[in-house]
Design a protein around this ligand. Sequence first.
Ligand SMILES: Nc1nc2c(ncn2[C@@H]2O[C@H](COP(=O)(O)OP(=O)(O)OP(=O)(O)O)[C@@H](O)[C@H]2O)c(=O)[nH]1
Ligand SMILES: Nc1nc2c(ncn2[C@@H]2O[C@H](COP(=O)(O)OP(=O)(O)OP(=O)(O)O)[C@@H](O)[C@H]2O)c(=O)[nH]1
Ligand SMILES: [Mg+2]
Ligand SMILES: [Mg+2]
Lengths: 296, 276
Amino acid sequence: SLSDKLEGVFRRIRGTGKLTEANIEEAMRDVRMALLEADVHFQVTKSFIEKVRERALGQEVLRALSPEQHLIKIVHEELVGVMGGAAGKLELSGDVPAVIMLVGLQGSGKTTTAAKLAKHLLDARKRRPYLVPLDLSRPAAIQQLKTLAAQVGEGCGVYDTPDQGGNPVQIARDAVTKARNAGFETVILDTAGRLAIDEKLMGELRSVRDAVKPRQTIFVADAMTGQDAVAVAKGFRDGVGIDGVVLSKMEGDARGGAALSIYATVQKPLLFVGVGEKLDALEIFHPDRVASRILG
Amino acid sequence: AFGRGSARDADLEALEEVLIEGDVGVRATQDLLAGLRGLPAEQRNAAGMTRALRSRMRALLADVPPETASLPKTPWVVLVVGVNGVGKTTTIGKLAARHRAAGRSVLLVAGDTFRAAAIEQLGVWAERADCQIVKQGPGSDPSSVVFDGMSAAVARGVDVVLIDTAGRLHTKVNLMEELKKVRRVVDRVLPGAPHEVLLVVDATTGQNAVSQARTFAGAVDVTGVILTKLDGSARGGVVVAISHELGLPVRYVGVGESVADLQPFDPDAYVDALLA
Ligand SMILES: Nc1nc2c(ncn2[C@@H]2O[C@H](COP(=O)(O)OP(=O)(O)OP(=O)(O)O)[C@@H](O)[C@H]2O)c(=O)[nH]1
Ligand SMILES: Nc1nc2c(ncn2[C@@H]2O[C@H](COP(=O)(O)OP(=O)(O)OP(=O)(O)O)[C@@H](O)[C@H]2O)c(=O)[nH]1
Ligand SMILES: [Mg+2]
Ligand SMILES: [Mg+2]
């Protein structure tokens, strides 16, 4: 773990005399390695280390009785400081129904998250959710969301997207109208997974956005995403705009460095984490827990 | 990481960034770059180092045996495994079409009895690839479906059986036990099967893919890897460590969502793309 590594660094340092800038540099290399091994992006790691180095070179570490503990404390504080800025509530004030649009790469967990969000809104916020299957390309995607909607239960509606024909813009418009007429407080649009570099499909997403003006466009990302997290987050941020982030599959043993990479790139709240396949497996994002996990 | 100053160090740093950002991982990157230190002076420039790096990386990737014209055994049984959402079901559809194009009869087994519409999803692929499918109702025991599928395959004399399984995080002990049971059932119906156990890895995955590979290999004897979503910006560099540390060869790469978007792994093209 990082604390073991740093302990080793500082044990060697203490053997040779007092702490110097060069010694701190060796410790910085270990911190850098820990972040890269946790899948934090190369450039995000670089900026982060620069901030940590600045504090480490300050007198607080150079004079500290236990420099490795002090350095870990600085790194953890910096990480929580960055991630802490990321914790946020899902804001749904304004027009009713509030429209939420879920976007992200193929397989990241959007459809499952849509249903989890519906259940959360119903149980925790007394808002009746209307789920809209907008993935017209993946085999049985419409059926998947309809099946999940039934599992969310009483109070949750689902648009009857046809298996053939139709296009996402027209379906989204019709669904929001139906939801409004039936008195649903929230509409959740489940879009098809797509590559951020797919111009045509990013254009389709913009068309849906412009047609129904979502209150929240939520980027759903897989917690095990590696270095690509920055490129993808940039792609969706610049391509359609991101208001918030959900990290799925967080209950595994992925270190979750993507959380830092994504937050550094989009600067928007990390709203929830997915912690399982069942519909109740959605939790509020805890910055200190994610920070501890990234540090290992 | 290489100190400041010389042009060679700047080149090394640039190469380090390419490798790390390609998800090759810190340790593998350090080993690969350490190997460049022995280069003669005239090769210590960007071009020389890239060339040396290319051949070192290529050496870490197992060669892919060419697809044989005929199957070693029939039915040839393939078990497809991996964590959630990586592309198992879609890849089975693509593999099925490949076998069909080679004139073989194919049977799909709907072993994901848990996830919403998983069985329907595989059913669509069975239609697209024009092959048989064995399934039960949602919520049924995966081992029971697999037993039915294997029995049908043997009885009907099909050439290829492709078994879909539910996505599962490798850290879930009970789900890994369920997978081990599925594998045992396959072997019980047809001793020696499954003949291939393919681990599907998403190219956007970071270092966790190595831990996935290690755990799945330990549980069900993975024979090869399929790297999906390589049509995106991710390079899937984790396969270097998976290939080198665990001896698992990459067999195919997924390059899109349509039935034809599967290619045999080409290690040379792969390394070129990663270092581009
Ligand atoms: N373990 C775990 N699995 C999850 C979580 N969220 C989603 N999944 C699983 O991840 C897989 C993919 O989920 P989907 O909801 O189909 O993903 P998607 O983003 O809608 O996929 P596409 O529509 O194809 O882009 C499924 O097996 C889900 O059950 C989570 O928090 N933990
Ligand atoms: N771009 C791209 N998308 C892919 C590729 N392979 C699969 N996908 C997409 O990834 C998503 C998930 O694919 P699935 O086949 O459902 O993945 P899975 O592993 O069976 O998922 P679970 O059964 O839920 O664990 C779908 O939207 C697929 O179309 C690929 O090579 N490239
Ligand atoms: Mg979906
Ligand atoms: Mg599947």
